[in-house]
Design a protein around this ligand. Structure first.
Ligand code: BGC
Length: 762
């Protein structure tokens, strides 16, 4: 804090001194004037950011820590009043260092549910509330931009970063991330929507070439970004590490300038991912304004400016966008941050989001909510080690504490079996002691399950009312999960089988809790158990939220934002993930084209374990009275439907609107999500009418041949469902004439041959 204050004071002093010398000052003078006053070296330095939290002056060697633990900052030029902007991660909350040298105060942040968990709420206003709280921590800890949200499409369950991403559906991704951006930015701090685009693979993420057809790109991988940009205008966008159809995304003019800026009207600044790409000149020319973090690029750019391989005007445009951004930052505005955000209030927001994110996957014979349960037998190592709040890597958050599931049970007044606790605790202690991992925090998460035997399980069956088995997974950036991680290990399956057998023989029920970040196998063990709760990685309040759901204090209302396939082999990209050649991948062929997730499973009639949009409740909802504003489409149609809670417990329902479009000119998935809404908490017998608006763009498909979004003429079926399979109400309307909704530029061609999946191959 002291250092920051002194930095600010020096900045103010310097700028007033220079102002006296009649130098233009950022904020007072026109940006063009500032750019004109910059030396070539200053220009080259401003477009190259600094990594980590420490500002180093290249000439004097001066060092200043801005916000400890931030991922980077921009260059400052005091003589022109250009302040640095501080850029910390990440998607589940502000990631800064809680410890500061010579300071006993802790600078903790709130760990919110991961993006995957937030998507399961299907609740845009709740996501916006989370964003508001996150953004407030950014502001009050003295930072400027949160490197978030991350919205790559969950193409394959094994992507190591899926937990940071929202969904397999671009509409859900777009709407929820727009809400997140609006929430964060309402604090007067920025976001960096990332990773633009198609960072769907972590293996060789810095070089892999993703080969994607124009149609799949436009309809799936770009679409979420398009919605978020148009509905929320993030201050910045982060280009991705990967290549797309032959060129690094950060060096792709068509992507960053033609599509993002010209077609979508993006007004902000684009930065690279950390050390992304390999050609600074190409990055500047593409419109990737800021290279994060860099060093060698300064020289590269100076050489290019001197040899005229880059026009100074191009760099000036990059700089103008960076300055436009800097002017908006709290640092520039000298915001007097408190270093004291209201963490208590934010914990409440995290708790609310966690409660809405959890999904009830199975609940035979009303196993849940608990009735007369007092004593719980807890199995699985992760019942006793800290609840996994989120994944590893830049998406981690340094929060004060999270409790284990065991502690959450105890805090809620349940008795847990002391013997089980002791045995598991011994196992955990040994795992941690023997771990060779740098960060022991995750040792238990990445370690195999503790083997058990019949006698161990039998020992306490008499004394307990129910058994709860926790299955956990963790993952993080830089590598993908393996098929073995998708499947349950033999030890885990054995544990579930044995516990189920023994507890069922004793007339007691068994619940599995999934404390996981991404999709896993469920089909080969789910029949053994009575109930399954998908708790996800729901932040620091996850364990408490889970117990509230089990007890029935909260009625679960989360629904899947991604499909759970029967087996990994059923995933449409299973054969080409991560890419080729297998030993060191260079290319990733998106041969499944537009058939990702439910678009594939439903169209190709592949059964899933749990389908997209699925999630149970403790109550029952009845859908009725679907009404369309017209039976013929002109430019908009509204759809309304009535939802009534016909059960005995208050609850919220997520209603989904799918469209089955006519398969006249080009093929289409049999259904696609085109709207969603969540009811308020409906009391028994209470109803709510939900309305959805459909416009031509929502109905359109992307035609590569004509580079346009086109809505085919014909009959459109409106399917209102409780999931992608559980369709409750139907209606239809006609589009009398084919509509060319939007002409786009014929860009982003695939650079290698794809054997795209087609319904003709069925
Ligand atoms: C990640 C980004 C992150 C950046 C800064 C990169 O490795 O891919 O998501 O924002 O590091 O920490």
């Amino acid at each position: 804090m002291k250092k920051t204050i002194s930095l600010l004071c020096t900045g103010i002093l310097m700028s007033s001194l220079f102002a006296q010398n009649n130098l233009p000052q950022l904020g007072k003078d026109n940006i063009n004037k500032i750019v004109a006053a910059m030396t070539l070296e200053e220009k080259a330095r401003l477009v190259v950011g600094i990594g980590g939290d420490t500002w180093k002056n290249p000439a004097s060697g001066e060092k200043t820590v801005l916000v400890p633990g931030a991922a980077g900052c921009t260059y400052k030029i005091s003589r022109l009043g250009i302040t640095p902007a501080v850029l910390p991660d990440g998607p589940a909350g502000l990631r800064i260092n809680p410890n500061r040298e010579g300071d006993s105060k802790k600078y903790y942040c709130t760990a919110f549910p991961t993006a995957t968990a937030l998507a399961s709420t299907w609740n845009a206003s709740l996501v916006e509330e989370v964003g508001k709280a996150m953004g407030n921590e950014v502001l009050e800890y003295g930072a400027d931009v949160l490197l978030s949200p991350a919205i790559n499409l969950q193409r394959n369950p094994l992507c190591g970063r899926n937990f940071e991403y929202y969904s397999e559906d671009p509409l859900l991704i777009g709407k929820l991330s727009a809400a997140m951006i609006n929430g964060i930015q309402s604090n007067g701090v920025g976001t960096s929507l990332k990773h633009f685009v198609a960072n769907n693979i972590e293996t060789n993420r810095r070089t892999v070439n993703e080969v994607i057809s124009q149609r799949a790109l436009r309809e799936l991988y770009l679409r979420g970004f398009e919605i978020a940009v148009k509905e929320a205008q993030p201050w910045t966008i982060m280009s991705s590490y990967n290549r797309l159809n032959g060129s690094y995304t950060s060096q792709n003019y068509d992507l960053i300038t033609t599509v993002l800026r010209k077609e979508w009207n993006f007004k902000g600044m684009v930065m690279t991912d950390w050390d992304g790409g390999d050609d600074a000149v190409a990055q500047m020319k593409a419109g990737n304004d800021l290279i994060m973090p860099g060093n060698r690029q300064v020289k590269e750019l100076l050489t290019a400016l001197k040899s005229k391989t880059i026009d100074e005007k191009t760099l000036d445009e990059n700089i103008a966008r960076i300055l436009d951004f800097i002017i908006k930052t709290p640092h520039f505005k000298q915001y007097n941050f408190s270093n004291n955000p209201d963490l208590k209030a934010h914990t409440q927001v995290a708790a609310k989001a966690a409660e809405e994110a959890m999904i009830l996957l199975k609940n035979d014979n009303k196993t849940l909510p608990f009735a007369k349960i007092k004593k719980v037998a807890l199995f699985g190592k992760n019942s006793y080690s800290a609840f996994i709040t989120g994944g590893t890597g830049s998406g981690e958050v340094n929060f004060e504490k999270s409790i284990s599931i065991a502690e959450a049970f105890q805090n809620a007044g349940f008795t847990i079996t002391a013997d089980l606790q002791k045995t598991y605790q011994r196992f955990i202690d040994t795992v941690v002691a023997n771990s060779k991992q740098k960060n022991k925090k995750f040792a238990v998460d990445f370690h195999g399950e503790m083997p058990t035997d019949e006698n161990f399980i039998k020992a306490d069956v008499k004394n307990n009312d129910i058994a709860v088995v926790t299955i956990a997974r963790n993952a993080g950036e830089g590598s993908d999960r393996k098929v073995a991680d998708f499947s349950l290990s033999d030890t885990e399956k054995d544990l579930i089988k044995q516990v189920s057998k023994i507890y069922h023989e004793a007339g007691k029920k068994v619940i599995v809790v999934l404390n996981i970040g991404g999709v896993i196998a469920t089909a080969d063990w789910r029949d053994d158990v009575d109930a399954i709760v998908l708790a996800w990685q729901t932040g620091m309040e996850g364990a408490n939220a889970l117990v509230k759901i089990l007890k029935g204090d909260v009625n679960p209302s989360g629904k899947l934002a991604q499909s759970f396939p029967l087996t990994y082999a059923d995933v449409p990209s299973a054969n080409n993930f991560p890419g080729e050649p297998k030993e060191n991948i260079v290319n990733a062929y998106y041969n499944e084209g537009i058939y990702v997730g439910y678009r594939y499973y439903e169209t190709f009639k592949k059964p899933t374990a749990y389908e997209f949009g699925y999630g149970l409740s403790y109550t029952v909802f009845q859908y009725s009275d679907i009404k369309l504003s017209s039976s013929t489409f002109s430019d908009k149609i509204t759809v309304s439907v009535n939802v009534k809670n016909t059960g005995k417990i208050a609850g919220k329902e997520t209603v989904q609107l799918y469209i089955a479009a006519p398969q006249t000119e080009i093929e289409k998935p049999v259904e696609e999500l085109k709207g969603f809404a969540k009811t308020k908490l409906l009391q028994p017998n209470e109803s709510e009418q939900l309305t959805f608006t459909l416009d031509a763009k929502l109905l359109a498909s992307y035609w590569s041949g004509t580079s346009a979004w086109i809505t085919d003429k014909g009959e459109y079926e409106v399917l209102i469902g409780a999931s992608s399979k559980d369709i409750r109400q139907k209606a239809s309307f006609q589009v009398p004439e084919t509509i060319t909704v939007e002409k786009t530029n014929p860009v982003l061609y695939q650079n290698r041959l794809l054997k795209e999946l087609s319904q003709r191959d069925k």
